[in-house]
Design a protein around this ligand. Structure first.
Ligand code: GLA
Length: 387
């Protein structure tokens, strides 16, 4: 991999003198969906697939970016003197946004860079290819210029840039999972306080399988921001009766007694999902610790049902993948993962059922949807690194 990247860098930027090679993972969320902007818990993990980069400091202010995933776009050039998002900048709005965000946080980037990227996360799949690029860029800036920031800061800067530069009101989950990833572990994160705990994911005789619907999704044009405002509005209504800062502070029982104050059936459903999903996540981590994998799977299934019926972020593609998965013997749990509206599902599948799973779900999906899904048996990897 390293040789291929360096050879490409030399082809595009002349030579490889002064370069370094880096990697940042993608992530999959096991449970705790659409809870991270509601002060709830999430339970994601970093993957061994992700984004590779070759980077080199420049003496001038130029930013020259090239992605092996979008070769037809060629080198996209901008400058430290012009850090604004633009349509022409395309994917480079992500690294540019991070450079801008460092400046906003008092860490002005002193010189430009040449940067080549190559990701093996399917684009737009809901496995956080963009957050991976954001954290990777922050990691490179820290290494290149010696900025005094922790990995957790890199996550926060990534989220800040996604919110303020790229206009997506996302929570902290993706950037946190990527910046703080630990091999073999998922991260149980309380998004209200950012306190977290690593939980070993020991799946005896089973693996995590991701099914990619190949329905592309862009967070910006999805209903993501709309869901977020619906929850915020529901919270404001609840705050007339209780003193809470977020939906994540409520138990299921409290919510049931209070929900009448929310003045719209749709908002009640949205808030119900946020409250119940948070509680499911806490129970799921407990189940995993106690080796109750079947119960963990059950909670994953219920998470999907809630995202389908109450939060309404699934769609026929994700529903088909999950509902077909539930029919396969040896599937412990299956649900959509990430923002929804396309992207991927995550399933825990017994080793001996994986081939049948891929075959059966794949065929049923193609028959119903008209194009193929892709399947990945994944491993839990670590955070960003210098290679
Ligand atoms: C996207 C966002 C995250 C989170 C998930 C839904 O991945 O970037 O912050 O809200 O959707 O759980």
């Amino acid at each position: 991999m390293k040789e291929t990247l360096l050879a490409k860098f030399a082809e595009i930027f002349g030579d490889t003198e002064g370069t370094k090679v880096y990697f940042a993972p993608g992530r999959v969320n096991l449970i705790g969906e659409h809870t991270d902007y509601n002060g709830g818990h999430v339970f994601p993990c970093a993957l061994t697939i992700g984004t590779y980069a070759v980077a080199r400091k420049r003496e001038d202010n130029k930013l020259r970016f090239y992605s092996m995933n979008f070769e037809d776009l060629g080198v996209i050039e901008s400058s430290l003197d012009d850090l604004k998002p633009s349509k022409e900048a395309d994917w480079t709005n992500y690294p540019k946004g991070i450079i801008w965000a460092f400046g906003e946080k008092g860490m002005k980037v002193p010189s430009g860079m040449d940067l080549l990227l190559n990701g093996n996360i399917p684009n737009g799949s809901g496995l956080s290819s963009s957050a991976s690029v954001e954290v990777l860029t922050g990691f490179i800036l820290r290494d290149m210029f010696g900025f005094d920031v922790s990995n957790q800061d890199l996550a926060l800067i990534g989220q800040f840039s996604e919110n303020q530069f790229n206009g997506v009101n996302c929570g902290i989950m993706d950037q946190f999972a990527i910046a703080m990833g630990k091999e073999g572990h998922a991260i149980f994160l309380d998004t209200a306080t950012l306190s977290y705990e690593y939980a070993p994911v020991k799946l005896e005789n089973a693996k995590i399988v991701i099914a990619c619907s190949n329905k592309k999704r862009g967070l910006g044009d999805s209903k993501y921001n709309e869901r977020r405002s619906e929850c915020e509005e529901a919270l404001r209504e609840l705050q007339k009766l209780v003193d809470v800062k977020s939906l994540g502070e409520l138990s299921e029982e409290e919510f049931e007694t209070l929900e009448g104050v929310i003045n719209s059936p749709v908002r009640i459903k949205r808030a119900r999902h946020a409250v119940y999903e948070n509680r499911r996540t806490i129970k799921a981590v407990e189940a995993l610790k106690n080796n109750h994998i079947d119960f963990f799977g059950n909670l994953m299934n219920n998470s999907h049902i809630s995202l389908r019926d109450d939060y309404e972020v699934t769609g026929i593609e994700l529903d088909t993948l999950v509902e077909e998965a539930w029919k396969v013997e040896g599937v412990i749990g299956s649900r959509m993962t990430g923002a929804g509206f396309g992207g991927c599902t995550v399933s825990i599948v017994k080793d001996k059922a994986i081939d049948t799973f891929i075959d059966q779900v794949g065929k049923a999906y193609e028959k119903k949807i008209g194009y193929k899904a892709d399947f990945y048996v994944v491993e839990i990897g670590g955070g960003p690194t210098l290679l």
